[in-house]
Design a protein around this ligand. Structure first.
Ligand SMILES: Cc1ncc(COP(=O)(O)O)c(C=O)c1O
Length: 491
């Protein structure tokens, strides 16, 4: 058995991972707009260096570029408004708060002209605290409680997105008992399957969300659950039926799936309008636009997606002879994902030898060959980024506190939890001389990282700092040991 010590193009690396020409370079489009290296070689964001941020706030830390968040929010609003101007006068963009939510972000969303999509009473509480007008807020969820529905009505929500026939009846009854009408959208499953990881694709029929558009999915022969819901909603005195909604999945790059879903929903909307003599003025096409987590991800600009979707809406409405409903969309990840990187401090380093068959790039003599894999442990892990464990999600990382001229070495960035699956970045080339005390930055952690964070192993959840024009402010403070012990009722 021989031992390979070469540190370029390791056979242990996945096929998609190339050895970067320059390990110190920030590869587009994974990073927020203001991230760069300063004269000392350190990463800076919004004019603040990572060592300053580490000193002021500690690590791990979510570092968000506020201007970049605002720019991405505006890009969605402006490009969809422009593409749909002649079709329905513009588009309402609901930022999906489940991806990352706190009061400051609600404020930015409102200031940039967007609306807010929430999915629980807790998210509604954040919206209320931030003071956004209720009519600019939507409530989602497949199992909303009566308390959540009452809270939505108390806040005068612009829309409640109903997910099932039983919920429809409940929403209508609650609103009627209050002498009100709930503004309702019906979430449908259009059977458009997004090309993405199964756990985050939500358009399958065999899943918990939405009302099926397939025939015979209710007790009433021939009727789809979707049609039964339209009929029931339009007949219920407690319901003001605004329109239809769908969300076909997440981390989708090509616009075709969104366009097909739009077409299906428009055909259904036209058929329902004719059959039940009702007008549904709204159509919400959900979120799911992909971002770059690694150098091989190639997200489309918002304007390209908007143009493709607008073309289908325009031609379908013309063919059906209907006026286009007002369109809305719900991007989360594509607004916040790339605004943020997680800053970690490197601790333990360890190199293991991995056996692979010679055919995988080693010698052709039939013997196994071993290759080095370096484990770089950081001071966080699956508690601040559960996506690699949940979805096999890939990330990237870069040495942030300095540059290095050392050779690239295939590395695996791991956390400090008691799980061997506690992986932050499965495969990345980092400089050979990365050492304890260095800072690493993992880009693309703005969405579904802090939001999914936990206290596993009693780790304190990191804070989120927003940096802009040279000033950094905590928008969510990190937890302290006191926070961790607060809910323990004692001996
Ligand atoms: C109904 C709905 N809308 C919008 C989103 C946001 O998706 P993304 O963050 O991928 O844009 C989700 C995500 O799960 C969703 O379920």
């Amino acid at each position: 058995m021989s031992v390979q010590t070469g540190n370029t193009a390791s056979p242990l690396a996945p096929e998609w991972l190339a050895v970067p020409a320059d390990l110190n370079a920030l590869q587009e489009p994974m990073w927020a707009g203001s991230v760069q290296r300063n004269g000392l070689g350190e990463l800076t964001v919004g004019g603040r260096s990572v060592s300053e941020l580490k000193q002021q706030f500690g690590t791990p830390l979510f570092v968000m570029d506020e201007a970049d968040f605002r720019a991405r929010a505006r890009a969605f609003k402006d490009s969809f408004d422009a593409a749909f101007a002649d079709i329905c006068g513009g588009v309402d963009v609901y930022y999906a708060g489940k991806s990352f939510l706190c009061s400051a972000v609600v404020k930015w969303v409102e200031e940039e002209g967007l609306c807010l999509d929430t999915a629980s009473g807790g998210e509604l509480a954040v919206a209320a605290r931030a003071g956004i007008a209720g009519e600019r807020v939507a409530l989602h969820g497949n199992n909303k409680s009566d308390a959540e529905l009452n809270r939505a009505l108390d806040m005068g929500l612009g829309r409640i997105v109903v997910d099932s026939l039983s919920e429809l009846a409940r929403v209508g009854d609650i609103a009627q008992s209050r002498g009100e009408q709930a503004k309702v959208m019906l979430r449908l499953t259009p059977g458009v399957h997004a090309h993405t990881h199964e756990f985050i694709a939500t358009a399958h029929e065999d899943q918990k969300f939405g009302l099926s558009m397939a025939a015979d999915t209710t007790e009433q022969a021939g009727l789809s659950a979707a049609e039964e819901a339209v009929a029931a909603a339009s007949a219920h005195p407690g319901i003001d039926l605004l329109g239809l909604h769908c969300h076909i999945g997440s981390q989708i790059f090509e616009p075709d799936g969104f366009a097909l879903a739009a077409e299906k929903l428009l055909r259904f909307l036209a058929a329902m309008q004719e059959k039940y003599s009702i007008v549904m003025p709204e159509l919400d096409l959900g979120g799911g636009y992909g971002i770059a987590y690694t150098p091989v991800d190639t997200p489309r600009p918002a304007a390209d997606i908007a143009t493709a979707m607008a073309a289908v809406v325009r031609s379908t409405c013309a063919e059906l002879g209907i006026e286009s409903p007002r369109i809305s969309i719900e991007p989360g990840r594509a607004i916040v994902g790339s605004t943020t990187f997680t800053l970690y401090e490197v601790g333990t380093l360890k190199t293991v030898r991995v056996d692979t068959p010679a055919a995988s790039g080693g010698r052709e003599d039939g013997n196994n060959v071993t290759y080095p894999r370096r484990y770089v442990s950081v001071d966080g892990g699956m508690s601040d980024n559960a996506r690699p464990v949940l979805y096999d999600a890939d990330y990237s990382a870069i040495l942030a506190s300095r540059t290095s001229a050392a050779a690239p070495q295939l590395s695996r960035v791991v956390g400090k939890h008691c799980e061997s699956g506690d992986i932050v970045v499965r495969d990345v080339y980092l400089p050979e001389d990365v050492a304890a005390g260095d800072l690493l930055a993992v880009p693309g952690t703005g969405a579904y990282c802090w939001a999914l964070s936990s206290n596993y192993n009693y780790l304190a959840r990191p804070g989120v700092v927003a940096v802009r024009d040279g000033s950094a402010r905590l928008i969510v403070r990190g937890e302290t040991e006191e926070d961790l012990l607060n809910r323990d009722m004692g001996v």
